[in-house]
Ligand binder design. Structure first.
Ligand code: ADP
Length: 565
């Protein structure tokens, strides 16, 4: 309890001395052993004083008892026992010596007690430390087991390693089994640049050696530098270091490292033992996180396969529907074709009739042109609905197929503000091909070009020959272009960057399949935000056996999104 300041505290001359005394009292109060010792010392001093006073009294009684008229019955026996002054002094000295001896023994006893108490206090604080360490370990082990996030887990491992060994800095290095190189995956107290640039080959530096031998290493100030086999890995700041292997089953997956720079006391064997124990636990947690990550990846893969399967199934159902629609459209087109021919024939007849007036002739001319247009569209629909290439190999003119395809998409292109520029080589040789399939390819390319130019642009279509005698068709746009990272994937089935419902990712894969089955090839060049050019090259005569180079045989499959548009 705090004492109330007395009157003397207010006098400057006493206040300093009193304060010091207060402090001393407070110090004593904090050390019960010292307090007891002081009390004993005081008692001994009192006992000595009493003995001394007794001796002096006896001496005075014997020396001056008679003179001062003390009762002779008291003085006589005392004088007899004590005899002379010399005997008195001798007894006095003896008593003092015995007292001093006992005092000495007691001092020894106290010293021993103090040592014992100090030892006990040390043990108690060590136990407390161990207890706190165990609690922290318990919490951390729980956190380690509960943590599946690898970066967070690595961070936790470093923090714990530092805590367990009371180190300045620490790091976890993991081994890249392909390159046999250790890199720092998490660290505390280490410069970011150093972290990023450190790459230790197996056998290099301390961690590299531990990863090779699998033996934990404890290095002290005296042997730290001599253990490094190259100057490159020296760190002048480090005075003491521990590196232990991280082992999953019998495989070393990395090392756990801690080091000291400024601590007067270096790492001890207990630190090494504690870190080795912890490293086993950390490796288990890492394995568990790794397993979790692997299973997550497998699950993601499985889900994406399932997703793809679902889409393929939907695709197939859709294609089935479209195939029926195609048959239906073919039938309808066929039916429309006959009356159209009748209308065209009659119009021609009326036009040839000399009795027909000029204004009527003009109207008839318009009727003929538009009817011819309808006939072309119907012809396109008929070609589009045909299926097997093998059955439909014909002599075809690429320019005509392109014209027909353009006619089918003309309306959409005009509405979309797309200007079409044609450079069709006039005397282009005919080739042997399936016109329906080629039309499907060109339609895919034209629609892709259109989609790439949502705000309009220029669509260039060129035909010509290539030096090896084959023919080429180029379809180029001034659209958004294809990012370099996608260019190798655009021919993959189901690869699409378009929104749900806009694209199926089948157009190009189907197109490549068709062209390759004709013995030709299809290529692409693209510059982002400038445009894309697709070049189709076909031989004059296709191979007798159709080549089917694609892992999926999609040649007969029409991309529903294309067919619908
Ligand atoms: P879909 O058009 O259904 O997505 P495709 O196989 O036809 O499938 O095309 C695959 C992808 O290739 C498209 O999603 C698009 O990202 C890209 N692509 C194709 N043609 C072009 C083009 N002319 N300009 C820009 N990107 C294109």
């Amino acid at each position: 309890m705090a004492r109330k300041p007395g009157l003397l505290h207010h006098l400057p001359i006493f206040s300093g001395t009193l304060e010091r005394a207060e402090k001393r009292r407070a110090r004593l109060a904090a050390d019960p052993l010292k307090q007891a010792q002081l009390r004993d010392e005081r008692l001994w001093l009192l006992a000595l004083l009493i003995i001394f006073l007794l001796a002096v009294s006896l001496f005075l009684i014997t020396a001056t008892g008679d003179a001062v008229g003390l009762v002779p019955e008291i003085v006589a026996p005392l004088t007899m026992v004590l005899g002379s002054d010399i005997t008195t002094c001798f007894l006095l000295v003896m008593v003092l010596l015995i007292v001093a001896y006992i005092r000495e023994r007691l001092a020894d006893h106290w010293a021993q007690n103090r040592r014992l108490i100090e030892e006990l206090t040390r043990k108690e604080s060590a136990l407390k430390k161990k207890d706190a360490q165990l609690t922290t370990w318990g919490e951390l082990s729980h956190a380690l087991i509960a943590n599946f996030d690898l970066p967070r887990l690595l961070d936790l491992i470093v923090t714990t390693a530092i805590e367990v060994t009371n180190a300045d800095r620490g790091s976890v290095m993991l081994l890249d089994p392909e390159e046999d190189v250790l890199t720092i995956k998490a660290a505390k107290g280490i410069d970011q640049n150093l972290m990023a640039s450190t790459r230790l080959k197996l056998g290099e530096g301390i961690a590299g050696r531990v990863a090779v031998t699998g033996e934990p290493l404890l290095l002290s100030r005296s042997n730290y530098q001599s253990h490094l086999n190259s100057d490159r890995h020296r760190d002048e700041d480090i005075s003491s270091a521990i590196s232990v292997p991280l082992r999953i089953e019998e495989r070393i997956v990395g090392t756990l490292n801690v080091n000291e720079s400024s601590r007067a006391t270096e790492f001890r064997n207990e630190d090494l033992r504690a870190l080795t124990l912890f490293a086993d636990q950390a490796a288990l947690a890492l394995e568990k996180a790794q397993l979790y990550r692997d299973s997550q990846r497998q699950l993601e893969k499985l889900l994406s396969v399932l997703d793809e399967l679902g889409r393929t199934q939907a695709q197939l159902v859709h294609s089935e529907k479209l195939a029926s629609l195609g048959v239906l459209a073919g039938g309808v087109a066929h039916e429309i074709n006959n009356p159209l021919m009748v209308i065209l024939g009659r119009t021609e007849l009326m036009l040839m009739d000399d009795n027909t007036d000029d204004p009527v002739k003009q109207n008839l001319d318009t009727i003929r042109t538009e009817t011819e247009r309808i006939a072309h569209i119907v012809q396109g629909l008929l070609t589009f609905s045909r299926k097997s290439r093998q059955d439909k190999i014909e002599t075809v003119n690429l320019n005509e197929i392109l014209e027909r395809t353009l006619m089918l998409s003309e309306h959409q292109l005009t509405v979309g503000n797309v200007r079409v520029e044609k450079e069709l080589q006039p005397d282009l040789p005919t080739i042997q091909a399936n016109p329906g399939e080629l039309q499907q390819v060109f339609m895919n390319l034209i629609i892709n070009a259109h989609h790439a130019m949502p705000d309009g642009g220029k669509l260039s279509i060129r035909t010509g020959g290539v030096p090896d005698g084959r023919l080429s068709v180029e379809i180029a746009d001034t659209g958004c272009g294809i990012p370099p990272e996608d260019i190798n994937r655009i021919f993959d089935p189901f690869f699409t960057t378009k929104e749900e419902g806009q694209g199926t990712g089948l157009g190009l894969s189907v197109s490549r399949n068709i062209i390759e089955s004709h013995g030709g090839e299809i290529g692409v060049q693209s510059i982002i935000n400038q445009g894309t050019l697709f070049r189709v090259i076909v031989p004059i005569v296709p191979p007798t056996e159709p080549s089917d180079t694609s892992p999926f045989s999609l040649a007969g499959l029409t991309d529903p999104a294309r067919a619908v548009s």
